[in-house]
Design a protein around this ligand. Structure first.
Ligand SMILES: [Zn+2]
Length: 247
């Protein structure tokens, strides 16, 4: 049941016929895991918290640096040197005290990923490197948890939604091993991609609309062009197909 305060806080979105009070209650019950409190994780968590997603776990192990502030809008000048998890947790709780925020300072490793995502209904990929994305994709596929991919570079970004067992996974699309690197990016790019991810999360929870599945969306901010690439589940995928290794 929604409280009087919640009805007022979420009034404008409850007015959307595809959401309504039922949809708002689904959002309240939802538990979303966000991997990363950086350029993508900041706007994703802000918009999921404002939308009333009941429980948000956000995980990051880094500290806030001055060079993060052009895009990581959860962290402000006064937060330089603080742990991003603590900074994120504090802002999100102030933004919406009605939702439960679990901000965890932890490195997402192969050994820990399963435990970190346990009990969560959805996983949002707000990472900045492919190796961790693969770990999250595999955990999502193994545990049958929908996975919301986003990535950015400069003025460009990508997004895709993965429903394990039904749609192509990230590994069906990407195979390479890309080393971690410092890459260029302007803050508006992760804002666009994160809002697409958050829209997908909300739609999935409420159960409306057409998800961004089996299609990789590429965004070109320089020309404001969105291009869709059809992708197929790879039967030999080593995460979701015959080539799958358990564990
Ligand atoms: Zn796959």
């Amino acid at each position: 049941m929604l409280t009087v305060e919640e009805r007022e806080r979420y009034d404008r979105q409850i007015m959307i016929k595809w959401i309504g009070e039922d949809g708002q209650e689904k959002l309240k019950k939802a538990r979303v895991f966000i991997a990363g409190a950086g350029g993508l994780g900041s706007p994703v968590s802000l918009y999921l918290a404002t939308a009333g997603v009941g429980t948000i776990r956000i995980v990051d192990h880094e500290r806030v640096e001055l060079s993060n502030l052009n895009r990581q809008v959860l962290h402000w000048d006064e937060d330089i040197g603080k742990k991003k998890a603590a900074s994120a947790g504090e802002k999100l709780k102030r933004l919406n005290p009605e939702v439960t925020i679990e901000a965890i300072e932890e490195v997402i490793t192969e050994a820990k990923v399963s435990q970190l995502v346990a009990g969560f209904d959805l996983i949002v990929d707000a990472m900045d490197n492919l190796p961790t994305r693969y770990l999250l994709n595999k955990a999502a596929v193994d545990k049958n948890i929908p996975f919301f991919h986003g990535a950015v570079y400069g003025f460009e970004g990508r997004a895709m939604t993965i429903i394990p067992g039904k749609t192509a996974c990230l590994r069906c699309v990407y195979h390479g091993i890309v080393p971690e690197e410092k890459f260029p990016v302007i803050g508006v790019t992760p804002a666009v991609i994160a809002c697409i991810q958050a829209t997908e999360v909300i739609k999935y929870i409420v159960g409306v609309g057409e998800l961004l599945t089996n299609r990789l969306l590429a965004y070109d901010g320089l020309n404001i062009q969105f291009t869709e690439f059809r992708v197929k589940k790879n039967p030999n995928c080593d995460h979701c197909g015959h080539g799958r290794r358990k564990g």
